[in-house]
Design a protein around this ligand. Structure first.
Ligand code: DAH
Length: 339
C-alpha cells in the first residue's frame, strides 16, 4: 500500500507539472484529493491493514496529500502570475498616441451680457422673474395699456399664434404676471427672448433679447429710477458713464423716457461708434402708468412704480463692437469663440 501511495505521488506530481491552465489544475485536485479521489479510495482500504501498519501508512498518506496540496497551490499561483503578466502586457497604454480633442464650450456673448447685467441688479437687491415666450394678447398689449389701434399690434409687426396668443414682442408682459401674482413691494428684472415680424438685416432680427426691470411699492419715485439706472450703467460701461433722459412715449409708463449713455469708447467726444453724437441710446424707462397698476389690482393712489426695458442684443453689439446682429445667431464657432 505504501508502494501504491508513493507511485501515486510521483504520477500526480508529474501531472501537476505538465498542466498549463488553472482549470486543469483544479481537475487534477478533484481527481487526486477529492472525496471520490484516488487517495481517498486507497485510504478506504486501511481497514484491511494490521494495527502496526495503520499508523505508518496513515503517516505516508498524509505526507503524500500534503505534497500534492502544496504542488497544486504553487502551480495555481504560478499560472495566476503568468495570466496577470499576459494581461498587463496586452493592456499596456501607448502614451505617445495622439489624443481625441475635447472641445470645451463657452457661454454665448448674449448669455454673458445677460449674466453680467443680472449680477449688477442682483447686487442692488433685485430678483429674477421669468415669463413664457408664447404670451396672451392681454398680457402683451391690453394690460400694458396699449391702445387698440397701436401699430405694434398689427399682424405685420407681431407673430400671432391665434387671436388670443402671440410670440411676445417685449419682456414687459412679465411686469403684468409679476404684479398679478406677487405681494408688494416688487423689485425684479426679467431677461428673455422676444419676437417681432422683422426682416433680418444688420440691426434687425425677428428673434432678439430684452431685459425688463420693475419696481413697485410705496413712494417709488423717478429719482430712484434715475439713481438705479445711473448705478447700473457705471457698473456695466465704466465709472465715468453718464445718462441722459429724453422724453418719450410708451403706453405703459407716464412719464416715459428714452435713456442714452455717454459713448464708452470716446467718453462723449464723438466717434464712429456713437456716430459722432457722444451718446448711445440703450433703454426705455418711465413711471408705471396708473392704468397698468389698476389692471393688476394695485391702487395707484397708494402705490407707485418705475420700469425699464433694454435691448440685450444691442448692448452686446456695442460692448463687443459687433456691427451686424445676424452674426450673433448664425452659430459660427469661429466668430463666437472670440468673446
Ligand atoms: N417694452 C419696450 C420696448 O420693447 C421697452 C420698455 C420701455 C420697457 C419702457 C419698459 C419701459 O419697461 O418702462 O420697446
Amino acid at each position: 500500500m505504501q508502494e501504491k501511495l508513493l507511485t501515486l505521488k510521483e504520477t500526480a506530481l508529474n501531472d501537476i507539472r505538465e498542466v498549463s491552465s488553472i482549470e486543469e489544475v483544479e481537475n487534477l485536485r478533484i481527481n487526486y484529493l477529492g472525496k471520490k479521489g484516488e487517495i481517498t479510495s486507497i485510504l478506504k482500504e486501511m481497514g484491511k491493514l494490521s494495527k502496526e501498519e495503520r499508523p505508518v501508512i496513515g503517516k505516508v498518506a498524509n505526507e503524500v496529500r500534503e505534497a500534492l496540496e502544496e504542488a497544486i497551490s504553487s502551480k495555481k499561483d504560478e499560472l495566476k502570475t503568468i495570466e496577470k503578466n499576459k494581461k498587463l502586457k496586452e493592456e499596456v497604454i501607448d502614451v505617445t498616441m495622439p489624443s481625441k480633442k475635447i472641445r470645451v464650450g463657452k457661454l454665448h456673448p448674449i448669455s454673458q451680457i445677460i449674466d453680467e447685467v443680472s449680477e449688477i441688479f442682483i447686487g442692488m437687491g433685485f430678483s429674477i422673474a421669468e415669463g413664457p415666450e408664447v404670451e396672451t394678447v392681454e398680457n402683451n398689449f391690453d394690460a400694458l395699456n396699449a391702445p387698440k389701434d397701436h401699430p405694434s399690434r398689427d399682424m405685420s409687426d407681431t407673430f400671432y399664434v391665434n387671436s388670443e396668443l402671440l410670440l411676445r414682442t417685449q419682456t414687459s408682459p412679465v411686469q403684468i404676471r409679476t404684479m398679478k401674482n406677487n405681494e408688494l413691494p416688487i423689485k425684479i428684472i426679467s431677461p428673455g427672448r422676444c419676437f417681432r415680424f422683422d426682416a433680418p438685416d444688420a440691426t434687425h432680427s425677428p428673434m432678439f433679447h430684452q431685459i425688463e426691470g420693475l419696481v413697485v411699492g410705496k413712494d417709488i419715485t423717478m429719482a430712484q429710477l434715475k439713481g438705479t439706472l445711473n448705478t447700473f450703467v457705471k457698473k456695466l460701461f465704466g465709472e465715468n458713464t453718464k445718462t441722459k433722459f429724453r422724453p418719450h412715449n410708451f403706453p405703459f409708463t407716464e412719464p416715459s423716457a428714452e435713456v442714452d449713455v455717454t459713448c464708452f469708447k470716446c467718453e462723449g467726444k464723438g466717434c464712429s461708434m456713437c456716430k459722432g453724437e457722444g451718446w448711445i441710446e440703450i433703454l426705455g424707462a418711465g413711471m408705471v402708468h396708473p392704468n397698468v397698476l389698476r389692471n393688476c389690482g394695485i391702487d395707484p393712489n397708494v402705490y407707485s412704480g418705475f420700469a425699464f426695458g433694454m435691448g440685450v442684443d444691442r448692448i452686446t453689439m456695442l460692448k463687443y463692437e459687433i456691427d451686424d446682429i445676424r452674426l450673433l445667431f448664425e452659430n459660427n464657432m469661429r466668430f463666437l469663440e472670440q468673446f
